[in-house]
Write a protein that binds this ligand. Structure first.
Ligand SMILES: Cc1ncc(COP(=O)(O)O)c(C=O)c1O
Length: 382
């Protein structure tokens, strides 16, 4: 598959050619305006909003977007300052938690569902009822960028609204995905955050966007990423930061957007082909077909099957385990675990493996991934 070049890489990021970026960046050059909401950032904001149907704020990274989202959520909701907990899954990337701790909140880990791999909505509901006076914000995650089943998202939204707690959804890998009820990533929860990191389907290098349907929250988000300054250049609130997206990144994002539907389609086609080859041998996330496919997460029957596949496929392609769950990471071990424990999280993490993805996986590469996993599991050729 990869003659003379070793195993297929886990990810093979690609960015638009310089000429495609320059087509937009020339707007910034002619205005001599290279950050602080210049012409590319404004245009990107318009196009993102149009695509998603919500207000958008381009940001420097998914993580700065999450930091701003937590600050904006606290500033624009009526949550009393006595509440200092953030409910979030342990089954996620550290940035989800760090957004809470940077805002001075204490994370409380909740379990995910073993079926859809997102925050378990029944556990969330129970926890919000029991801890109404402590919870300041919920940060749910679209695990692997797959939007949650609509009934799950609606249950999150209902429980949060009843408890008067803002709902942020970290959909870092999900830009471009659309839920089963046609709700695009970006239009979920009170605030939704996506990443444009080089390894995401919408790859800019570093970057991201925050979405909201509330004008009030939009104003707070814009302040939060601009040192807490309001439109009159007065500091409105303390915990501001510089989270603005530069014009060069915004120009790159505009160029990516021009070809993005083709990118999504190519990734989807490769993932569907691999799924077709592995169908009976592994389990898939509920509503897997809705994913934007940052990579291909599959679940084996048990940990030893996963180890077999890892060992036998190593020469053909690079597969990766997902990160250890946050509650097991040393600096986060002191944080409390919600009612019900984290059994589904622990089980998922022990059996999951992520298979490679790229915008330009060839037919041979796709066949190699599927066949290598099949033969490692004794499934024989398709
Ligand atoms: C779930 C999740 N949240 C947040 C982030 C952070 O995004 P960024 O790398 O753009 O800061 C990531 C990055 O991989 C992620 O997977």
């Amino acid at each position: 598959v990869n003659p003379g070049r070793g195993p297929l890489r886990f990810q093979r990021p690609s960015l638009p050619a310089a000429a495609e970026i320059e087509r937009y960046f020339s707007l910034s050059r002619s205005d001599r305006w290279f950050s602080n909401g210049g012409p590319c950032s404004q245009l990107l904001q318009e196009r993102l909003s149009e695509r998603v149907g919500a207000f958008s704020v381009p940001v420097a990274s998914g993580t700065t977007g999450l930091l701003a989202a937590v600050v904006a959520a606290l500033e624009s909701s009526h949550v009393s300052s006595g509440r200092n907990e953030a409910l979030l899954p342990s089954f996620t990337f550290p940035a989800t938690l760090q957004a809470a701790t940077w805002a001075g909140l204490t994370p409380r880990f909740l379990d995910v569902s073993g079926e859809h791999w997102h925050l378990d909505h029944e556990i969330l509901e129970r926890e919000l009822r029991a801890r109404r006076d402590q919870v300041a914000v919920v940060i749910a995650v679209s695990s692997f960028g797959t939007p949650p089943p609509p009934a799950v998202r609606q249950a999150w939204e209902r429980s949060c609204a009843e408890a008067g707690v803002p709902l942020i959804i970290d959909s870092a890998a999900g830009f471009g995905a659309v839920g089963d009820d046609r709700t695009p990533v970006g239009a979920q929860g009170d605030i939704e955050v996506v990443s444009f990191h080089a390894t995401k389907p919408f790859a800019v290098g570093e970057g991201g966007a925050v979405f909201t349907r509330s004008r009030r929250t939009l104003a707070r988000l814009k302040s939060a990423i601009n040192f807490g300054l309001n439109t009159h250049r007065h500091v409105e609130f303390g915990p501001g930061l510089n989270g603005k997206m530069s014009e060069l990144h915004a120009a790159t994002a505009l160029a990516v957007l021009d070809g993005f539907n083709g990118i999504l389609e190519a990734r989807r086609r490769a993932a569907f082909d691999i799924k077709g080859q592995l169908e009976d041998l592994v389990s898939w996330q509920a509503e897997w077909s809705r994913s934007a496919w940052q990579f291909i997460p599959v679940l084996f029957r048990d940990e030893s099957e996963r180890t077999t596949v890892e060992n036998q496929c190593r020469g053909e392609f690079e597969a990766r385990r997902y990160y250890e769950p946050l509650h097991a990471m040393p600096p986060f071990r002191e944080f409390p675990i919600g009612g019900g424990g984290l059994d589904a999280t622990t089980d998922l993490v022990s059996r999951l493996l992520c298979l490679p993805m790229a915008n330009d996986l060839t037919r041979d590469e796709v066949a190699c991934i599927g066949q290598s996993v099949r033969s490692a599991l004794g499934g024989g050729p398709e």
